[in-house]
Design a protein around this ligand. Structure first.
Ligand SMILES: [Cu+2]
Length: 125
């Protein structure tokens, strides 16, 4: 191989790694819940190869309303679980599903798909 071919190969490889990192590993952003109707705090979450946003900051002691919209048919993300709050919801594709509960204790709580492949985090403060 010529040095140029090696360079192009390495460049392509680096690009692949970056794309993989970008889609699967990079944090999709932290979002603070906004005030919604009825005194609840509200966050809309898109489910597509992961949760966007996947880190959600909420206030303790205020009802929390999560609006999930699943934009994929992969069965992996069919159900979302909040084990610490004993909450779960089935997410039909393309339909907005509301999950409501009140986090009372400050802390960090994970949420995930059934198999634990997609993960997100709720930060209660
Ligand atoms: Cu899964």
């Amino acid at each position: 191989m010529t040095p140029l071919q090696i360079l192009v190969t390495l460049g392509g490889l680096a690009l692949c790694i970056f794309i993989a990192w970008f889609f699967w590993l990079a944090p999709k952003g932290q979002t603070r819940a906004a005030d919604g109707a009825g005194g609840a705090q509200e966050v809309a979450i898109t489910v597509k190869g992961g949760y966007t946003p996947d880190v959600i900051v909420v206030k303790a002691g205020q009802p929390l309303r999560l609006l999930f919209t699943r934009e994929e048919s992969a069965s992996c993300s069919e159900r979302v679980l909040f084990p610490d709050f004993n909450q779960s919801a089935l997410l039909p594709e393309g339909q907005e599903v509301t999950l409501e509960f009140t986090p009372t204790e400050p802390g960090e709580y994970g949420f995930q798909c059934q198999m634990g492949m997609l993960r997100g985090k709720l930060i209660v403060e």
